[in-house]
Ligand binder design. Structure first.
Ligand code: EPZ
Length: 417
């Protein structure tokens, strides 16, 4: 197990290259099973969740290899419809494979998916959507078993705009007979990326990015090459890092329009931010309180940036209320921030933060991906030395997180424990 050793309190300067979006790449990998022709994902980040998903594709019979930063997938020999339980429990996105594996093989079996422990994370909307498409779905001893002789299009209304359920339904509907309409669909940019990818493979999908998506089923999909969109959550994490540490950062490979709600909040606390082409620049001095941060489905403040924003609120002047509307238990980073001198009270899904001039170093422990990133930013901005353990969570979603922070001037190193 590794840990970060951090000597905090230095401003950040320089340029950071943003990776392709974890939450775009994972559904694209699931989609690659839908064809028997080669698929190439360019600029594919070698983060743990992606490598786990690649291992699952291998278990299904796909051949995979990296060529530089491109991942080459040859799904021709895929024949296994069972996702190994140990791998399925490693990550939430294994559940997307239900839609694509049952579409390819007519059946699929998967243990209940894993992923960060941030709430109940049910899959009822996934299963209801698949059933509407004519898939027989059973739950047998902790596994989900699907069978379908030929999915048929349907109208599906989601109780809530679930990202994963929208993606799973798209993967099952793209080769179904007839047309499918998804209402109350998630509007995240990663859904648009999946639509673009499937259409590049020969699919006929329209409306992604809005709450109504229309799918015209096609008989088969062909291979393609694709570069996923930039990771708006990694970019947001580094914008918040600059706001916490001061200094001036330029982020490269960014779609700034996908960060509008965060940029608006950071400007409220007096950060200077501007965007040009695929870059975004941020410069920060004093930090006024943002007063209220409420997470909501896109285009609102992303739940995945709630933990980093909570860390930022700890060192803003005045008080801030943070409301986490998507997940039930996504404040596990709070006790660790309190160990660093933060003044936070949690009541249910709200955290009441009273700003302090600075945090101080401490030994802290990550308990999920984005909480781990938040604790690292807190340590990099704090006065004194800190350690952060359980880096496996951070490795799931950030490629070379410590290297990028170090290149921007942070005194951070990774040591084997
Ligand atoms: C995706 O998770 C992301 N993961 C999450 O990112 C992200 O936090 C989340 O979307 C919200 O944006 C991936 O894309 C791999 P949801 P997902 O289904 O699909 C409820 C990260 O840090 N719900 O949109 O699991 C659910 O309980 C990760 O990168 C149901 O009730 O999220 C939650 O309250 C963490 N029934 C809400 O919907 C269902 O069947 C949003 O969940 C499905 C979801």
């Amino acid at each position: 197990m590794d840990k970060y050793v951090i000597e905090g309190g230095r401003p950040l300067y320089g340029e950071v290259e943003i990776q392709s979006a974890k939450n775009a790449v994972l559904p694209l990998l699931a989609a690659s099973v839908l064809t028997d022709e080669q698929v190439v994902i360019r600029r594919c980040p070698r983060i743990a969740d992606v490598l786990n998903m690649v291992q699952i594709l291998g278990e299904l019979g796909c051949k995979t290899r990296f060529e530089g930063d491109a991942l080459v997938i040859d799904p021709a020999a895929a024949a296994n419809h069972e996702i190994p339980p140990a791998l399925a429990r490693e990550l939430r996105s294994s559940v997307f494979l239900l839609g694509s594996v049952v579409a390819r093989f007519g059946r699929a079996r998967i243990a209940y998916p894993g992923g960060c422990d941030i709430g109940l994370r049910p899959v009822d909307l996934h299963l209801r959507g698949l059933r509407r498409l004519g898939v027989d779905v059973r739950e047998e001893g902790g596994s989900i078993v699907c069978a379908c002789e030929g999915a048929r299009g349907a109208e599906i209304v989601l109780d809530c705009p679930s990202v994963g359920a929208t993606e799973n339904i798209l993967l099952a509907a793209v080769t179904a007979k007839g047309s499918t309409i998804i209402r109350n669909a998630a509007r995240e940019p990663e859904i648009v990326d999946l639509q673009n990818f499937l259409n590049r493979m020969g699919g006929k999908i329209a409306g992604a990015g809005t709450s109504v998506i229309a799918v015209e089923g096609v008989r088969r999909l062909h291979g393609t090459e694709y570069t996923p969109l930039p990771d708006r959550i990694e970019a947001g994490t580094f914008l918040i890092a600059a706001a916490m540490c001061g200094g001036k950062l330029a982020l490269r490979n960014v779609k700034s329009e996908n960060l509008a709600s965060l940029v608006h909040k950071l400007r409220e606390i007096s950060c200077k931010i501007h965007a040009k082409d695929d870059k975004i620049y941020i410069e920060c001095g004093a930090r006024r309180t943002p007063k209220l941060i409420e997470t909501s489905p896109y285009p609102g403040i992303p739940t995945d940036l709630q933990a980093p924003m909570t860390a930022l609120a700890c060192i803003c002047e005045g008080s801030t209320v943070i409301v986490e509307n998507l997940f039930e238990t996504r404040f596990k980073h709070v006790p660790e921030l309190i160990r660093m001198g933060a003044d936070i009270t949690v009541r249910g899904r709200s955290a009441f933060v009273r700003g302090v001039p600075a945090l101080h170093g401490a030994d802290v422990c990550a308990s999920d991906l984005r909480g781990g990133a938040a604790l690292t930013l807190a340590a990099v901005s704090a006065e004194g030395c800190s350690t952060v353990v359980d880096l496996g969570f951070i490795d799931r979603g950030y490629s070379d997180f410590e290297g990028k922070l170090r290149a921007a001037g942070a005194r951070i190193r990774r040591v084997r424990v």
